[in-house]
Design a protein around this ligand. Structure first.
Ligand code: ZN
Length: 452
């Protein structure tokens, strides 16, 4: 199969002009988008093409997830009523017993659900590497290949145990040197910078309260010497603000700024508690934000100032965050969550369904540095495409198909293409057996709980 035509659906390209076609087509050639336009595909491209009938569907760019912890798929349902610091303290002992085999199973489950919710690019943040736990980053890469999604893995780390003033217990952390060496090794082994790459690797010390200043400073230098991006959690909760005030006499943004951690090669998860000077610094430096509305709600962290971030020109993407703080794990659902949460904060006309679709696609692509390749339906970009069915009982008759996604129930995915390859067909994963993945997840979750 070299050419596929998707036609008859409502096409929301999410290009810079926000072009939409009430009834349009997308031509996929050798994994790339060859043409996008109104009406049916031209006769000249139809010969030998597979035609996907998208009548009754909304066609969008594949969604880009900018923050996740795939291994947490195995620890859903724990510490249900806790705020971040108490939730972390409850879960660290369990997470510290993870290994590569368990991570492989959890990651496959999380990525299967992401694919079924319209996600074609998966950002992951893995920061817990118990001694003797095997090749965890390799296991995540393997699961991404099995499910068929594009992966932005990170080699995360923690080196600030409780005895040194950090939040995690000492047994859950690595030494600074070990974390840096392993980060370099993961980048050298797995990062592929080529156009159309299926695996990127970034360097991602966990948070200001779980890593040392030395690790942050040296990780930034290492990432820049290797030409990869930097990621961490920042400004998630008021408790983090208080921690940084007490330990560093600074806000999280001032602290990270002083350590070389603002720049257009950096993206932060959450950015909930950003004041005006912090937003201005993010904008001036091009630092990106992964907005994670469900997780922020689950942990009662607050609502990120997305309207202000976008107005200032800060790159903003969408993220599900780890499933231990967002048991849904569905990226499509986060579009509606983003609409509702941001309206609660700044008003009904402050954040449209198209604003939410844009951060979920083009915004996320920019946050991950992949905006030349993905995030919109434009000729020359990779054929990462979600085709949502909006003629079922949940959505039939709705005035605006984009509102079906942004205000209605998450539509079933009729087709999901990653680089032109069909990953989901008629709502089901076709690259791997869903039942097998579910059974492996259940067994791995039981095994991890038994180790706790
Ligand atoms: Zn997170």
């Amino acid at each position: 199969m070299s050419r596929t035509i998707v036609e008859g659906g409502y096409v929301a390209t999410v290009d810079a002009a926000g072009t939409e076609h009430r009834e349009g087509h997308v031509v996929i050639d050798e994994g790339l988008i060859a043409a996008v336009g109104a009406g049916p595909a031209p006769v000249a491209v139809r010969e030998d093409a597979e035609v996907v009938d998208a009548r009754g569907c909304l066609v969008t760019p594949g969604l880009v997830n900018t923050h996740h912890h795939l291994y947490q798929w195995l620890t859903r349902g724990y510490a249900q009523d806790a705020i971040l610091f108490d939730w972390l303290t409850a879960l660290y002992p369990l997470w510290a017993r993870i290994d590569a085999d368990l991570t492989r199973a959890g990651a496959a489950g999380a990525m299967a659900v992401l694919a079924r919710s319209g996600c074609t690019t998966v950002g992951d943040h893995h920061y817990i590497f118990p001694r003797g736990s095997g090749d965890i980053v390799g296991a995540i890469v393997e699961s991404a290949a099995r499910v068929g999604v594009r992966l932005h893995a990170t080699r995360g780390s923690m080196d600030l145990g409780a005895s040194q003033g950090g939040l995690p217990p000492d047994f859950a952390v690595e030494t600074t040197d070990a974390a840096l060496a392993a980060s370099q090794e993961a980048v050298e082994r797995w990062h592929d910078p080529a156009f159309g790459s299926l695996v990127h690797v970034a360097i991602a010390p966990c948070s200001p309260f779980s890593v040392t200043a030395d690790l942050l400073r040296e990780a930034a230098a290492l990432a820049r010497s290797l030409g990869v991006r930097l990621h961490t959690h920042a400004s998630e909760t008021v408790e983090e603000d208080a921690y940084c005030a007490e330990h560093f006499g600074k806000t999280p943004t001032q602290y990270l700024d002083d350590l070389g951690w603002l720049g257009d090669d950096v993206w932060m998860a959450h950015g909930v508690h950003l004041d005006s000077p912090a937003i201005a610094r993010y904008a001036a430096t091009g630092t990106g934000v992964a907005h994670c509305p469900s997780s922020n709600g689950r942990l009662a962290a607050g609502i990120a100032p997305v309207r202000e971030l976008l107005r200032a020109g800060v790159p903003v993407g969408l993220g599900v965050d780890g499933a231990a703080s967002n048991e849904s794990g569905q990226l499509g659902v986060e579009i509606r969550e983003a609409v509702l949460m941001n309206r609660l904060r700044t008003g009904a006309d402050s954040f449209s369904v198209r604003d939410a679709l844009r951060i979920a696609t083009a915004g996320g692509a920019r946050v991950l540095g992949r905006h030349e390749e993905i995030g919109s339906l434009e000729p020359g970009k990779l054929a990462d495409i979600a085709v949502w069915r909006v003629d079922g009982v949940e959505h039939a008759g709705i005035l605006d198909p984009v509102a079906a996604l942004g205000l209605g129930a998450m539509p079933p995915v009729h087709r999901l293409f990653v680089g032109g390859r069909a990953v989901v067909v008629d709502g089901e994963l076709v690259t791997a057996e869903e039942r097998t993945i579910a059974e492996e997840v259940a067994a791995a979750a039981r095994e991890l709980a038994a180790r706790g």
